[in-house]
Design a protein around this ligand. Structure first.
Ligand code: 13P
Length: 249
């Protein structure tokens, strides 16, 4: 299991320090469950100093696909490694929606992340109209296959998938445990097709979209739901710790 907090564009340095200290204290040991926080780029280094040694891991929210060069405003995989990142979220729906990220771009970034021994958390998910017209399985399959094209792994722990239905992100509307279980089983079969059963079965598949302490346990109890990618609720140490506890049970 993995529970990762995606802080998005929230918290200045002082607030981020306070939250990280709170998370370290509230989560305690990370036995059974991997835990990660993904702050904004400018706060990564400072958060690593606070959480280093706690067992909680650090992740970034995106990165550039090139090694280095004239890409004003961008951040490379080696820069993320140098400040202690283990994970990088790639292809979040907000990146796709507001910053023009495509499946092809996500695939190039995921390949680059792997070259630098970062574990990509590759996000996929349908929008509301696609769910309402029953196209969600087809849409997500296409995203998974294209976003992972040419992304090779030696074992399943080197890659994480996150299913985040866009209509459930930040809306308070959670996909039902049945909808989540159905999609995760679909994603599992695609991963096994791409990587073989041994590796495909070991890739963690997270659910994201309005996960809260009150619904986490029911979601995490389902087959193929290997944890969560948490937005709003990861900004409160106690709520985040309660979700980690739900993953332990
Ligand atoms: P919320 O938990 O705020 O719905 O956000 C989910 C998400 O986008 C995590 O990446």
């Amino acid at each position: 299991m993995l529970v990762a907090g995606n802080w998005k564009m929230n918290l200045d340095l002082a607030a981020a320090r306070q939250l990280t200290s709170g998370v370290v204290a509230a989560v305690g040991s990370t036995h059974n469950v991997d835990v990660a926080i993904c702050p904004t780029f400018v706060n990564l280094d400072a958060m690593y100093s606070i959480m280093h040694g706690s067992g909680i891991r650090l992740g970034a929210q995106t990165m550039h696909e090139a090694d280095s060069g004239a890409y004003t405003g961008e951040i490379s995989a080696s820069m993320l490694r140098a400040v202690g990142c283990h994970y990088v979220i790639l292809g979040h729906s907000e990146r796709r929606q507001f910053f023009g990220e495509t499946d092809d771009g996500v695939s190039r970034k995921a390949q680059q992340a792997r070259r630098h021994r970062l574990t990509p958390i590759v996000c996929v998910g349908e929008v509301l109209e696609q769910r309402e017209s029953g196209e969600q399985n087809k849409v997500v399959e296409s995203q998974v296959r294209k976003s992972l094209s040419d992304v090779s792994i030696d074992n399943g722990s080197e890659l994480v998938l996150a299913y985040e239905p866009v209509w459930a992100i930040g809306t308070g509307k959670t996909a039902s445990p049945e909808q989540v279980a159905e999609m995760h089983s679909h994603i599992r079969s695609i991963l096994c097709d791409l990587y073989g059963n041994a590796k495909g079965d070991d890739v963690l598949i997270l659910y994201g979209g309005s996960v809260k302490p009150s619904n986490a346990e029911d979601l995490f109890a389902r087959e193929n739901v290997d944890g969560g990618l948490i937005g709003g609720a990861s900004l409160k140490a106690d709520d985040f710790a309660a979700i980690v506890d739900a993953a332990r049970r």
